[in-house]
Structures are given as C-alpha cells and as structure tokens.
Write a protein that binds this ligand. Structure first.
Ligand SMILES: Nc1ncnc2c1ncn2[C@@H]1O[C@H](COP(=O)(O)OP(=O)(O)O)[C@@H](O)[C@H]1O
Ligand SMILES: [Mg+2]
Length: 368
C-alpha cells in the first residue's frame, strides 16, 4: 500500500504569524490536492528525539492550526530571513531539500559575469571601492550602486549623466526617495561614499553596475520578472513573465516601491512590434535556461528562480538579478490566474517527482 508522500515547507514564523501567509496557504492546499501530506514548519518545530515535526496547515475558518507530523521526505526551503537557528538547521543534514542554499547577490553576480555561457547578459559590475563610481561614470551614461546583500529595491542609487550634470536618484532603506544633482563625478563619488557608509547592511559591500536604460515608457523604469521552475518531470521550464512598471520618476520598479504589474507581450509589443517581441521573449527564455543550468551546476539542485530581466530601449536583454526564493504575486496582480496557479502547483509537482525518484533509488539500494 502506498502511503502519502510527506512534504515539509520550511519558513519563518512567530506564533501563528507567517511571512507569506497568502502564498503558503495556497502552496499547502496545492500539496494536499496533489495527494501529498503537506505542512509548514519553522526552526522551532523540529523534535529530533521523537523524529517528529510540529506542522501548520490552514484552519477551516482562516488562520492556522498545528499538529504533529512524521518526518518529511523532502523539504522546500522558503525561509527568507537569515536567522541563526535556521542557518544551523539548513546545514545540519537532517533533511533532504528540494532547493540548495544559495549565495549573496554579489557572489552570484560575480560568478555569472565570468561564466562563458551567460556573461553576455550580465551588465558590467564591480565591487564598490574608492574611485569605482567615477571610473564607471566615464564608461556608462547610467550607473547603479546597490548593496550586495540587499532586497526589495532598498538602498539602490541610480546615477545618470545629463549634459554637464549628474542626477542621483535613489531609495533608502525605508524606500524613501532621495534626489540630488552634482556638477562633477568627484562630487558624486563623495556623496556615494557617504551613502555606502550609511546604508550598509551588517558587513555587506556594494556593487557598482553598468546602468541600463529601461525607460521604455519615458520617465519610468520597466523591467521584466521571469519565473523559471522545475516541472513534474524534473525539467526547467519558464512558467511565465510579466512587466513591473515603476512609479513616475522612480529609479526602481519593485512592487514594494509602488510599481504596477502588466503583461509582457502587450507592453513590449507596443514598443518593438510583434515580431521583435517574439525574439526578445525567446532570448529571455534562452537566458533563463542557461542561467538556471549554470547556477545549478554551481550550487546543487535548485527548484525555481525569479529573474529580474532588463529589456533596454534598444531591445537588448539583460540579467539584473537572480532570486532563489522568488515571489509569484506578479501573475495575480496581472490578472493571469492560470499562470499564478501553475506557479504554485509546480513546486509541489517537482517535489513529488523528487520524492518518487529518490524513493525508488533508495529502494534499489536497500533491495526493498
Ligand atoms: N544595472 C541596472 N540598470 C538599470 N536598472 C537597475 C539596475 N540594477 C537595478 N535596477 C533597478 O532596480 C531594481 C532593483 O534592483 P535589484 O538588483 O533587483 O535589487 P533588489 O534585490 O533590491 O530587488 C531592478 O528591478 C531595476 O528596476
Ligand atoms: Mg530585484
């Protein structure tokens, strides 16, 4: 008799408060629907001596209820905070994970920018050091400075040369807009020096990056969010993509920063026409597959990536960022319910695929 596969989802919680309750609720329900015993747990919920987990599942009237579950055969790591107890658990070898630990933004960017299969899509990037801003400004009309361990568009600055002036425009840690203008690269350099000191997260460093002209709509930043996931056959597949359009005058497009979500093909076609849009979409997809393959080779088995992709005013495709624990709300915000449902079902399909193939392998080894 086949028993149900057991799938755990590791995430942060405080009491019954979870970090992404909407998504996680749908994920657990998708797991249940596809025949897996699925539950959320956090680092506090591991009872090693009993080999049991306190798991959380959606309660009938809303909210969450908990009970004890058997040890999961596979765990999806969805923990997005760098809590010490989590880090310990992550590296303890106690669980088999669907997705391997990933690295900080600057290490990933550095790795990709040197890799022959993908470097053509990566904007030139340097680690911030004295003089690096000035040097990059002499090469590019737009330069971005951003924390090598930041998220959500925080602490990112855009510097744009305009005539003899440099316009500096950024968001601080609380996403408040900062603007300034300078008449020399030296003055920008000094301003950035202070910015880096004030905005630094823990011991993090900063990246100085070739800026892309993403103003497909004048005065607004638009970039593409692409979701590539493993499917039920264990193969990479692009689930979908959408465009995030930043607010007027903003240097970032992040939804937290007030951006809106719109259809990729409609948006890009308006600027480049249908034929060129197909090519651009194809290049995005090719890039996503290459990036996923190259990263998996380096970091071990992965399950999904959200790519922040830039399509510049010339129609060139660029890789801005790779998110190993990506959101998928963009599809819901675009009103694309089908892709949204697919984006939630796929992690479960993939997990079930891993459980069944690894289970078979174990059975072969032990002869049972
Ligand atoms: N080199 C760049 N050129 C143009 N825009 C950029 C560049 N780097 C970042 N951005 C803008 O800032 C946003 C946030 O940057 P990102 O590197 O994705 O950091 P975060 O982790 O904070 O999301 C991007 O989605 C894009 O809109
Ligand atoms: Mg990003």
């Amino acid at each position: 008799m086949a028993t149900k596969p057991i799938l755990g989802i590791l995430t942060w919680r405080e009491g019954k408060r979870f970090e992404e309750p909407g998504y996680l609720r749908r994920l657990v329900l998708a797991g249940r629907q596809m025949g897996a015993e699925t539950f959320l747990f956090s680092h506090q919920d591991v009872f090693l001596s009993q080999k049991k987990i306190r798991g959380f599942v959606p309660a009938k009237g809303g909210g969450w209820e908990s009970r004890m579950f058997p040890w999961p055969e596979l765990v999806i790591d969805r923990y997005r905070k760098r809590v010490k107890e989590y880090m310990r658990l992550r590296h303890s070898g106690l669980f088999s994970f669907a997705n391997s630990p990933f690295s900080k933004k600057w290490r990933v960017t550095e790795f990709l920018s040197k890799h022959d299969r993908v470097k053509r899509w990566v904007p030139e990037t340097r680690l911030y050091a004295r003089g690096s801003v000035k040097a990059m400004l002499s090469r590019y009309p737009i330069v971005y400075v951003k924390p090598g361990n930041g998220t959500g568009g925080r602490s990112i600055v855009k510097i744009a040369a305009q005539g003899k002036q440099y316009l500096v425009q950024g968001r601080d840690r609380r996403l408040l807009q900062k603007k300034a203008s300078f008449s020399s690269a030296e003055a920008v350099e000094r301003w950035i020096q202070r910015w880096v000191r004030e905005q630094r997260i823990r011991d993090g460093n900063f990246l100085v990056q070739q800026g892309l002209d993403l103003a497909l709509v004048p005065n607004r930043v638009a970039d593409v969010r692409l979701l590539i996931q493993k499917n039920g056959a264990g193969e990479w597949d692009v689930t979908g993509c959408g465009v995030r359009l930043g607010p007027v005058g903003s240097s970032i497009s992040n939804l937290h920063g007030g951006g809106e979500a719109i259809s990729f093909s409609r948006f890009v076609a308006k600027r480049f026409g249908a034929e060129r849009t197909r090519q651009i979409q194809q290049e995005c997809s090719q890039m996503a597959h290459e990036v996923a393959a190259v990263l998996e080779e380096k970091f071990g088995r992965m399950m999904e990536f959200g790519l922040d992709v830039g399509v510049d005013v010339q129609g060139r495709v660029w890789l801005i960022e790779v998110n190993p624990k990506p959101g998928r709300e963009i599809f819901r915000q675009m009103g694309d319910r089908e892709t949204y449902a697919e984006a939630i079902a796929r992690p479960v399909s993939f997990a079930l695929h891993v459980i069944s193939t690894e289970g078979r392998q174990r059975a072969r080894h032990t002869g049972t």
